[in-house]
Ligand binder design. Structure first.
Ligand code: NAD
Length: 469
């Protein structure tokens, strides 16, 4: 590990990666100190730049994701472009209001003081992106970072190399390159950047790496936002519209070959409707795959091996085929695998979907709450009370009734995990807040300047002060 001599003046190190990280952060810090990123106009220009980047260069983005992930242009538009534009437009619309200081009251003892709080940028921050939605999940956090007036280093995932190269090329073209930098590379450069004592690290990725990021940030007391994964469950009760449930679950699982952090990981289906539901699910999957190749490509050989490893020893209800040459796996449904099988342990993150029979909603909730708190939890039911039970009895990042993943697309809602699925939240105003410090300000008048406030305190002074407090 390399160290940097002084946070504000100079950097000396022998490792070229560490030198690049140190020089970049030093340069951005100097820019931040000039106040360049503070005005509303600068922030708005960056947000407009992000919108222009993804809309004007949509075809280049789509080509990159076809190469990295085997995605169709439509999936790129839906998953990475429309989602980014929605976030940026919302921030543009509300930013002026978010930046205004908010007046608050004061207790009697502080009257007639004037109290307020305002959002102050943290300084120079680091956004570490994953490979599964490489544009939305780097530009989305960047929207929060620039809206809040920060300088930012973006570190895209090396596992989506074409997308990483596009970001490195286009971000300087569309955004202020004095204040926003892209550094490509793997874990080493990430660690070297963290060693620069960033003012915040915003990480999206898996839980294990998230822990390493938090550990690396701890010695510097760098705050972290961790957007992690987990096993997001879906309950289907006997009161569900089974056709709608099957279509929406199939849609959520097939999107990006199941490599979506809020994809359905496993289903908990009431026994009395499981056969009928499984038939609907099979039909929905085959209808949605009409005209598409039998198997879905996954990101790389390592993920392919991990996923096919999960299939070993299971008896698929549908699917189960895989092709190593094209690193593609057929969407696969497995009914009632052993709960100790690997497929029911870690996050699946691929086109494999286990269904577990449950006796009741109580049973389903008990199973979910035995595990770590998931990033998302879903229920399909027409019963208001059943929906309310999921919302109130299952601790998780976010909960949705009768759909999959749609909460992600509402900038009016905070998005983030809890426990092993993450800490901190973003989207909309929460993104702006995540990259800001809430600074308290209190303006006191010089008069009156009551003697009773200062020692020595007479009996009478003490009585009055106790009444005022
Ligand atoms: P990952 O954890 O492998 O990597 C993410 C980033 O961390 C990459 O940029 C990588 O270079 C960097 N990295 C890897 N090892 C590192 C180390 N030792 N030190 C420092 N940096 C390191 O995640 P991934 O495989 O790209 O993404 C998949 C995971 O992300 C899944 O678990 C998924 O659920 C989760 N995810 C969460 C969200 C969310 O919003 N909560 C969104 C998408 C994906």
């Amino acid at each position: 590990m390399t160290s940097v001599a002084d946070r504000s003046t100079e950097s000396t190190t022998t490792d070229p990666g560490a030198q690049l990280a140190a020089d970049t952060v030093l340069r951005l810090r100097a820019v931040h100190r000039t106040g360049r990123t503070l005005p509303l106009e600068w922030r708005k220009r960056q947000l407009e730049g992000i919108i222009r980047l993804v809309t004007e260069r949509e075809s280049e983005l789509a080509e990159a994701l076809a190469s990295d992930l085997g995605r169709t242009p439509h999936e790129t538009w839906f998953g990475d472009i429309a989602s980014t534009v929605g976030e940026a437009e919302y921030a543009l619309k509300h930013l002026k209001k978010w930046m205004k200081p908010t007046r608050t009251g004061v207790p009697l003892a502080l009257m007639p003081g004037k109290a307020s709080y305002r959002y102050e940028p943290l300084g120079t921050v680091l956004v570490i992106g994953p490979w599964n939605y490489p544009f939305y999940l780097t530009l989305g956090p960047l929207i929060g970072a620039v809206a809040a007036g920060n300088c930012c280093v973006v570190k895209p995932s090396e596992h989506a190399p074409a997308a990483s190269a596009v970001l490195a090329r286009l971000i300087p073209e569309y955004l202020d390159s004095e204040a926003i930098a892209v550094l490509e590379g793997d874990a080493a450069i990430t660690q070297q950047l963290i060693d620069q004592k960033m003012d915040l690290v915003f990480f999206t990725g898996g839980t294990e790496i998230g822990r390493k990021i938090a550990e690396a940030c701890a010695p510097h007391l760098t705050p972290v936002v961790l957007e992690l994964g987990g096993k997001s469950p879906v309950i289907v009760t006997k009161n569900a519209d089974l056709g709608v449930a099957a279509r929406r679950i199939a849609f959520g699982k097939l999107l990006n070959s199941g490599q979506t952090c809020v994809a359905p990981d496993y289903l908990l289906v009431e026994k009395s409707v499981r056969e009928e539901f499984a038939a609907e699910l099979k039909k929905a999957m085959s209808d949605m795959r009409a005209g598409a190749p039998e198997k879905q490509r996954v990101v790389n050989e390592r993920q392919f091996q991990r996923l096919t490893g999960l299939l070993k020893g299971l008896k698929p209800e549908t699917g189960g085929n895989a092709d190593e040459t094209s690193i593609a796996i057929e969407p696969t449904v497995v009914v009632n695998p052993d709960r100790t099988a690997p497929v029911m342990q870690g996050e699946i993150f691929g086109p494999i979907l286990p269904i577990i029979d449950v006796d009741s909603l109580d049973h389903a909730i008990a199973i979910i709450n035995e595990g770590e708190k998931p990033l998302a939890a879903y229920i399909f039911s027409k019963s208001k009370s059943e929906i309310e039970r999921l919302f109130s009895e299952v601790p998780c990042g976010g909960a949705v009734a009768n759909h999959i993943a749609m909460h992600v697309l509402a900038p009016q809602l905070p998005f983030g995990g809890v426990g092993y699925s993450g800490m901190g939240a973003y989207h909309g105003k929460w993104g702006y807040e995540a990259f800001s410090h809430r600074k308290a300000t209190l303006k006191m008048p010089t008069k009156p300047d009551l003697k009773l406030m200062y020692p020595p305190y007479s009996e009478r002074d003490q009585k009055i002060l106790r009444k005022l407090a």
